[in-house]
Write a protein that binds this ligand. Structure first.
Ligand code: GUN
Ligand code: ZN
Length: 438
């Protein structure tokens, strides 16, 4: 049986990256718009008066006016086993990893625990309007199984990977080069392409992988050239120093990954804060992506990512944005971009609200090479949709009284918004926002 839904409201969907705050051509905005959703895909988009006649008599109509309708939000770097690590008090990255994060991830050897947290993870992300996340699981294959099984159940487009790590962590978190390879292959065979799931090759970072494991990662990257790769790069000065000591032959941190063939399109490098010009050039030339995680960078005191400067280079680096739960301190992509904005303020740069909302949607989809499926409201793409209310709280309602433009409304959502502003989250056309109590 086919299902048809007509979703009415104010549509906003980017066509390309906005060049400035007044770049009206960069996005579609339809004041009284509608989406016709057919079998999980957007069949038609435009003015309500034009889309309505295309709907069959059986179609269910949902009127979200006066709320905004956007593509589902995308989070390009999260750690699914770190939901109980958020808000852990530590001086810096390495202390935080050793004191809280590694011990917590050891618990994911238990399937029941992994399954419980997977349920919570999907509830929380959908509550925040985030329909796609790029997730690190733990080293245990069972954690990847729990993550992908839950994603299959929810119908979400998720990217995830079993972490590979074989040194510098507690015994309970270590695999071996061979085991990491075998289990990653098993996860790919079991889950990649099942439902809307994508598997990413996931060496945690160079500190926790021996050269032998990095070589196995290279083999996987060559065997699966279309898969995403995710790892961490240049987050913290002590981390950078230690990493370069472990790989003395490499020119710098980025060169370690380059030597193992990991610098390429669809390779996502978390943080990448303190890159030299040479490293940024190498990233740009390879098409690799720097994933900016502002709440995490501030929370762990890692540094100020030069988002505007890196995009302005002669050889620009592709930038994605992410929460980095649980180093990050909020699940909300609004809070994430609010902190990204403040970081640019501290660097003497301006980031306009169009740019922020582009990054949360189409920008992240482009970085993932998935813009033909997610990140817009274009016809033929998957119907992952979020409905937003910029007057969701008394304080927002009051401020909305003085808002006179779309840009101001978006900026208000970014600055004061959170899950309360998310009226509904549609996954492949199905209303999926959990209740507040879930
Ligand atoms: N570097 C290696 N592992 C991690 C992690 O779990 N979180 C962050 N923020 N950085 C890392
Ligand atoms: Zn991370």
């Amino acid at each position: 049986m086919t299902t048809e839904t007509l979703i009415r409201g104010r549509l906003l969907s980017f066509r390309r990256a906005p060049e400035d705050a007044g770049d009206r051509e960069s996005y579609l905005y339809e004041e009284d718009g509608a989406l016709l959703v057919h079998d999980g895909k957007i069949a038609s988009v435009g003015a309500y008066a034009e889309v309505k006649p295309k709907a069959g008599v059986e179609a269910t109509e949902i009127d979200h006016r006066p709320h905004l309708i956007l593509p589902g939000l995308i989070d390009c770097h999260v750690h699914f086993p770190q939901m109980q690590v958020i808000a852990s008090y530590a001086a810096n990255l390495l202390e935080w990893l050793n004191t809280y994060t590694f011990p917590e991830e050891c618990r994911f050897v238990e399937t029941a625990h992994a399954e419980r947290i997977a349920t919570q993870f999907f509830d929380e992300f959908l509550r925040q309007g985030t329909t796609t996340a790029v997730a690190y699981c733990s080293v245990h294959k069972a954690s990847a199984d729990a993550f992908f099984a839950e994603s299959l159940k929810r119908g979400t487009l998720m990217i995830g990977g079993k972490v590979m790590m074989d040194r510098n962590a507690p015994q309970g978190l270590l695999d071996t080069p061979q085991l990491g390879y075998d289990e990653t292959r098993a996860v790919i065979e079991q889950w990649h392409g099942k439902g809307r799931n994508h598997v990413a090759i996931t060496p945690r970072f160079a500190i926790t992988s021996t050269p032998e494991q990095m070589a196995m990662t290279q083999t996987l990257a060559e065997e699966f050239p279309d898969l995403h790769i995710q790892t961490h790069l240049s987050e913290n000065h002590d981390e950078i120093r230690y990493t370069c000591e472990l790989y003395p032959d490499a020119k710098d941190y980025t060169d370690i990954y380059a030597r193992y063939g990991l610098l390429r399109k669809k390779a996502l490098f978390g943080h990448a804060i303190h890159l030299s010009d040479r490293e940024a050039d190498a990233m740009a030339e390879s098409g690799a992506v720097a994933v900016h995680c502002p709440t995490s960078n501030l929370f762990l005191g890692s540094g100020l990512f030069p988002l505007k400067a890196i995009k302005r280079r002669e050889k620009p680096v592709t930038v994605a944005v992410a929460t980095d739960i649980g180093g990050g301190s909020s699940y909300s992509m609004f809070k994430t971009m609010d902190e990204a904005y403040k970081i640019q303020q501290l660097l003497g740069e301006r980031m306009n609200p169009l740019e922020s909302f582009y990054h949360m949607t189409l920008g992240n989809a482009v970085a993932l090479d998935l813009a033909d499926r997610i990140g817009t409201l274009d016809e033929g793409t998957d119907a992952d949709i979020v409905v937003l209310n910029a007057a969701a709280t008394p304080a927002m309602r009051l401020r909305m009284e003085t808002v006179t433009s779309l840009s101001e409304e978006l900026f208000l959502l970014q600055t004061l918004g959170d899950d309360r502003s998310v009226v509904e989250t549609y996954v492949a056309g199905k209303a999926s926002k959990p209740g507040a109590e879930a």
